[in-house]
Each structure stands twice: as C-alpha cells, then as structure tokens.
Design a binder for this molecule. Structure first.
Ligand code: PMP
Length: 280
C-alpha cells in the first residue's frame, strides 16, 4: 500500500507524522472518503467540494480542486486495487510545541491512502440499528477528524447488537455514527435535512437524485423517534455501505424485517449507476 504524505509517496508503515501535528494533539483537521469502483472514483466532484467546504469551515487555506483530483488519480495509479476507498486527511499542520492557538503560520498536513472495498452488487441483508441520543457537537456538517462522539455511540450500538446507532436530539432523528438514514412512510421517502446536525452524505445526495428520477416523493424532513413504529421501510446510506436496508430498530421489526420494495428499487438504481460509471 502506497500512501501520500506531504508530497511523498511511501508505504503506510513508513509514513510518519510529527507528535506536534495539530491533528494528533487537537483533532484539528478534516477528512474525506471517496469510493473507487474498477479504478474509477465515484462522484469525485461532490466529495472534493465537500472537502473544500470542511477545510474552509475550520480555516485551512484552500487547496486547488485540480490538486485533489490528481491526488485521487495518482493513488489509484500507484496502488494495485480495483475497488477501494480513498481516504484523505487534511490537518492544520505541525507546530513546534503544543499550543491551543498555533504559534506560527503552519503548512497543512495532507495524508491520503487507498484501502480495499467490497462492493455490493446485490442488496445486502437487512441489519439492526439501535436508537441512541446524539451526544455530539452542533457542527456535524463539518467532516471533522474528531470522531470521539461518533465512536462512543458506535461502541454503545455494538453492545446492543446493532451495526449503527440511529441518533436523535430531543426525539428528532439526525443520522448514524457514520451514515445517513432514510425512512419510507406511505410511499414517501423521508430523510433529515442537511443542516448543522448531520453530515450531508454524498450517498444521501445521490440517493435523493435517484429517488426523484424514479418519481418517488422525497421530503427532507426529520421524523421523530416515536414515529418509528409506523414507518414501512428504513435504510441507511454511506460511501462504504452504499444502500443498506434496516430490518430492526431495537426491538421493533421494520415492515416484515425484509428489504422493502422502495429500498430495493433505490438500491438497484444505485448499483446501476456504479455499472454505468464502470462502462463509461
Ligand atoms: N454521516 C456521518 C457522521 C458519516 O461519518 C458519514 C460517512 N463517513 C455519512 C453520514 C455518510 O456520508 P457519505 O455518504 O458521504 O459517505
């Protein structure tokens, strides 16, 4: 595995970052994950745009779009992987000491790697999720490398035999620890709005477009946890899980516990868009 670190291409084991890096000391950085199918990045423009937005939100000086596109292509060319996930991490950089405010102008640290991805060509079996209170901060729209809240919630969900938490604030559903949620109620699709309480997933954006092309009504509107008993279908989305049906929420069986018809329709459209990219 050949990774990129500050202009160098080295094996992962040989990539070294300073202990004074603000990413290490303060999680002062942002990241991005881009799926690669058969050596082609999926929706790279949307991912790079989100990375720029995250960097801008925390005050890291802009880096050109061309740089990021080339970095993704170089990672694919230097690694012998057909399907993968590009990981890009951008931190404020390494200072000469630990100080909450930087003591001097810093050069951002840029790290990028490509790791294996098992692509779903058939819709996966429904999974269980667990309702938990969202304990994270109020800027979940920034793809921050500070994932402590997400990880604590993911661990709690795992303890309950669930693959993801289904988070809420005062009953209002937000997202998962590393995914977005969609719910089907009376033939309409609901997903929480892309405000500061969720990360606007690229898969989420893509699924909304696919649903609209399928003439499925989409409402960017957060449901309440007490409405979960009455939803017909639930699925979650992320770059690594794609479209994942949810069959159980705590002790509630969703629909009949199987993948719902609208979920299946959207998942099929998603697989088709991947096939389309590969055949381009
Ligand atoms: N929400 C959170 C908190 C996430 O970490 C992720 C993915 N890492 C998502 C949503 C899904 O985003 P995407 O579809 O761009 O992978």
């Amino acid at each position: 595995d050949i990774v990129y670190l500050n202009g160098d291409w080295v094996t992962g084991n040989n990539a070294k970052v300073s202990v004074f890096d603000r990413g290490f000391l303060f999680a002062d950085g942002v990241y991005e994950v881009i799926p690669v199918y058969q050596r082609r990045p999926f929706l790279p423009e949307l991912h790079i745009q989100r990375l720029q937005r995250s960097a801008d939100a925390i005050g890291i000086a802009p880096i050109t779009t061309e740089f990021w596109h080339q970095l993704v292509l170089d990672l694919i060319n230097r690694n012998n992987l057909d399907d993968g996930l590009v990981y890009i991490q951008l931190t404020f950089g390494a200072d000469s000491q630990r100080s909450h405010l930087p003591t001097q102008p810093l050069t951002p640290t840029i790290y990028a790697s490509l790791s294996p991805l098992s692509v779903h060509w058939n819709t996966p079996k429904p999974v269980k999720v667990a309702v938990l209170e969202d304990i994270r901060w109020h800027r979940c729209d920034i793809k921050s490398i500070s994932l402590l809240g997400n990880i604590m919630l993911k661990r709690e969900a795992a303890k309950r035999g669930a693959i993801e938490p289904l988070l809420h604030r005062d009953g209002r559903i937000t997202e998962g620890a590393s995914c977005n949620y969609f719910m089907v109620k009376q033939g309409r699709l609901y997903t929480p709005p892309a405000d500061h309480l969720i990360l606007a997933g690229i898969t989420r954006t893509w699924v909304i477009q696919l649903a609209q092309q399928l003439a499925i009504e989409v409402h960017e509107e957060a449901l309440n946890v007490n409405e979960l008993q009455h939803v017909d279908e639930v699925f979650l989305t992320s770059s690594s899980r794609e479209v994942q049906p949810v069959g159980q929420i705590d002790d509630i069986i969703v629909g009949n516990g199987q993948c719902g018809t609208i979920t299946a329709q959207i998942a099929e459209a998603f697989h088709a868009s991947k096939r389309h990219l590969i055949q381009e």
